[in-house]
Design a protein around this ligand. Structure first.
Ligand code: PMP
Length: 394
């Protein structure tokens, strides 16, 4: 079946104008990925007319699946009145008010991606503390800016590398050593409490508390990256842990299907961006807080209320239990699951896709509220069958 995708005209057109036909590294599956044509609720249809239940949901962003009627209707109405302005709009106040109420973080600033949200938070921490160093954890993904990609990645200047310390997630000894050595030059610790790339294993609560206490002790900030984990609880995973970060970064679900990022947190820290302040940080963003994204995001978040969050987490728990009972190794929590089988990830992706389920290319399953009970049964069956089929091959 995958040869039919490779032989289709779209991959060959794409490879002529983009390196290996690719714009997002995270979407590439060899030999070439299918192309999406349409999304409706939990279902995506590709260029060959193959329909799959979407467990990728644009890497966890589409909390309600595709073409959510309430969002489509609101956005369609707005588009005819202008999509972006050189003036702020009321819509950004609405989303900021909603997020402040939900998370307890008083002050917000929006952008167009999680990458930018993390860049904004790191800049804020450095400006606020007057320090350069950043501690973050190995294997965690925080987008693509220089400071947060692997120190050994090509294209990262030595000067940037010198100010970033990478510590294994949960390694208290290594963390304490880094704090002892760099604590008084430290701007912030950046942590994801359930890092997807690093295996989707929830952080140890005692370690998280230790990070909080240690950063306070040296007057450094704690930034929790909630770009993926905001969906885990109404007030995000940091809320569920009961930890109080100085800043959180968000994205994905808060855009209602449109490009988004955001930073929330302490008013005194985000005051580094005060346009009337002296020596403050200037930070634009031509499409940041545009009314389409802000409105779609507000509606998506209103629909994802306490009950919806709890229901979706319950469904994820049931799915993981069923997969575990069927002998499939999984990690994750709530509505996020990862298949943790020692199989080729490209093969696993295709095996699931051919059985009607779209995963993340790393074996990630992100549930959406658009999924029916039948969808969840079909997801379970497809994952079990795909894993068994590949195991049989070895
Ligand atoms: N932080 C985390 C935890 C993420 O998972 C991601 C994206 N998957 C990002 C930041 C970057 O977000 P974006 O892709 O919107 O730039």
């Amino acid at each position: 079946a995958r040869e039919a995708y490779l032989e289709h005209s779209l991959p060959s057109r794409a490879t002529r104008v983009m390196t290996r036909g690719n714009t997002r590294s995270t979407l590439f599956v060899p030999p070439a990925p299918p192309y999406a044509v349409q999304g409706a609720g939990s279902i995506v249809t590709d260029q060959l007319g193959h329909r799959v239940i979407d467990c990728n949901n644009n890497y966890t962003a589409l909390i309600h699946g595709h073409a959510v009627p309430q969002i489509t209707e609101a956005v369609t109405g707005l588009i005819g009145r202008g999509t972006a302005f050189g003036l702020p709009t009321e819509s950004e106040i609405g989303l900021a008010e909603l997020l402040a109420k939900r998370t307890g973080h008083s002050t917000w600033r929006f952008s167009n991606s999680g990458t930018e949200a993390v860049m904004t938070a790191v800049r804020a921490a450095r400006a606020f503390t007057g320090r350069d160093k950043l501690i973050r954890f190995e294997g965690s993904y925080h987008g693509t800016s220089d400071a947060v990609v692997s120190r050994t990645a090509p294209g990262i200047p030595g000067g940037v590398r010198a100010d970033v310390i990478e510590v294994p997630q949960g390694d208290r000894e290594a963390f304490d050593r880094a704090m002892a050595e760099h604590g008084n030059e430290l701007a912030a610790v950046l942590i994801d409490l359930m890092p997807n790339r690093a295996g989707l294993v929830p952080a140890d609560a005692a370690f998280v508390d230790h990070v909080r206490e240690s950063t306070r002790r040296v007057d450094a900030l704690m930034i929790v990256d909630e770009v993926i984990t905001l969906r885990m609880a109404t007030n995000g995973l940091s809320g569920a842990y009961g930890v109080e970060p100085d800043l959180i970064t968000v994205g994905k679900i808060i855009g209602g299907g449109f490009a988004v990022g955001g930073v929330g947190g302490r008013a005194d820290v985000l005051a580094v961006f005060d346009p009337l302040g002296t020596g403050t940080v200037g930070w634009g963003g031509t499409f940041s807080a545009n009314p389409i994204t802000m409105t779609a995001g507000r509606i998506a978040m209103e629909l994802f209320d306490d009950q919806a969050v709890a229901d979706l987490n319950d469904r994820g728990d049931a799915l993981r239990n069923a997969l575990t009972e069927a002998g499939v190794a999984v990690s994750g929590s709530g509505s996020l699951t990862r298949l943790r089988e020692p199989l080729d990830l490209g093969e696993l992706w295709w095996a699931a896709y051919e059985r009607g389920v779209m995963l993340g290319t790393n074996g990630l399953l992100a549930l959406s509220t658009a999924m029916s009970a039948d969808d969840l049964e079909a997801i379970e069956r497809a994952c079990v069958d795909a894993v068994h089929a590949l195991r049989g091959r070895n």
